[in-house]
Design a protein around this ligand. Structure first.
Ligand code: F6R
Length: 241
């Protein structure tokens, strides 16, 4: 486990973007697994800057996102597809057809999960999977519970997760109750994992994930079983690492 403690927001974002950029420089056709949420926003901003400077190109790269809310059309302001378009894809040279986010609006969400699973299988192995970390230890939307699932699947969101994400909606009632997410198996299949967390409120959970027992009660703890994980934290989130 390679833990990088960064000094400030700028350094945090630069470090994350630097890892992704180095990969694309050595392998322009890299397959990236991407995340939404507030943690990677600054990283995406940095990648846009680096692209504008000519330091990196996404022209031959492909991306697969972790998750999407069920019931939100792609153009909904809070859909993860829209998030990715606005925070990254619209500002770089990636080909739209090479960006993949699960569909939240299939009549049968189960079919959407199976379609995404097939798509990932066809893509082969993700070279680098970027992850944020939920306060309850979730990665993607793999919520704590009695068991975890390997492939992409439908999940009922934890109330804590809905509450945390309610800040982006008018009220908690508007936060979808279900999502489609890559499973723990899909995530662990990646060649390399880049886990990022910042802020005091993530200190406890990241220590539990990386140093505590491996348990379905903390899905991120399964990252301990992967041989190539880079963890990037700020001082606050990393205080117990
Ligand atoms: C996002 C995702 C989630 C977030 C996590 C942390 O695609 O899968 O697991 O990474 O909820 O969210 P933030 O970064 O907003 O604290």
């Amino acid at each position: 486990l390679n833990i990088i403690k960064t000094h400030n927001e700028e350094h945090f974002n630069e470090t994350g973007a630097g890892i992704i950029t180095s990969l694309l420089q050595s392998n322009p056709r890299a397959i990236l697994g991407l995340a939404t949420g507030s943690t990677p926003v600054g990283v995406y901003g940095k990648l846009i800057e680096l692209y504008r400077k000519g330091s990196v190109s996404f022209k031959q790269a492909a991306t697969y996102n972790l998750d999407e809310y069920i019931g939100l059309p792609a153009d909904h302001p809070e859909s993860y597809r829209r998030f990715m378009d606005e925070k990254l894809f619209n500002h770089i040279d990636i080909l739209p057809e090479n960006t993949h986010v699960p569909s939240g609006v299939e009549a049968d969400p189960q079919t959407a999960a199976e379609d995404y699973s097939r798509l990932l299988d066809e893509a082969g192995q993700i070279d680098l999977q970027l992850l944020g970390l939920g306060h309850n230890g979730h990665i993607g939307f793999n919520e704590p519970g009695e068991e975890l699932q390997g492939p992409p699947h439908i999940v009922k969101l934890d109330e804590r997760t809905r509450l945390a994400n309610a800040r982006f909606f008018n009220s908690i009632d508007e936060v979808p109750t279900h999502a489609i997410t890559m499973g723990i198996g899909s995530i662990l299949h990646a060649k390399q994992i880049l886990l990022m967390a910042k802020g005091e409120d993530k200190a406890e959970v990241i220590a539990r994930a990386l140093k505590g027992p491996i348990t379905t009660k903390c899905p991120a703890s399964f990252l301990q079983t992967h041989s190539n994980v880079v963890v990037v934290v700020d001082q606050a989130a990393g205080k117990w690492l």
